[in-house]
Design a protein around this ligand. Structure first.
Ligand code: ZN
Length: 96
């Protein structure tokens, strides 16, 4: 991994944490509110700080389920309603 600003590889890996020792995680925007409320299923965030220019870069550790779920759509991700509708559409639509 390289710094996106200066190209340096002198990066220090770490985590994002709050003052109460909790770690900050990532949740996709379509996570149900109950899971969000209890921070259930947070994806781990890994932070990389550049020693040369101090830029902080973040990466998300997606799960295998995430990759299967989100990679079925190319490019810009559909919103929740579009995603649900596409799951409900019959596979043979338009062939009758
Ligand atoms: Zn840098």
């Amino acid at each position: 991994m390289k710094c996106a600003a200066c190209g340096s590889t002198a990066l220090v890996e770490g985590k994002l944490g709050g003052g109460d020792a909790s770690l900050t995680g990532f949740q996709p925007g379509d996570t149900p509110w109950l899971k969000r409320a209890f921070a259930f299923g947070n994806r781990e965030i890994v932070a990389y700080a550049c020693l040369h220019c101090n830029l902080l870069q973040l990466t998300v550790q997606f799960t295998e389920d995430d990759l299967q779920r989100y990679q079925q759509f190319e490019g810009e991700q559909p919103n929740v309603l579009e995603r649900i509708n596409s799951a409900l559409e019959p596979k043979d639509k338009g062939t009758k």
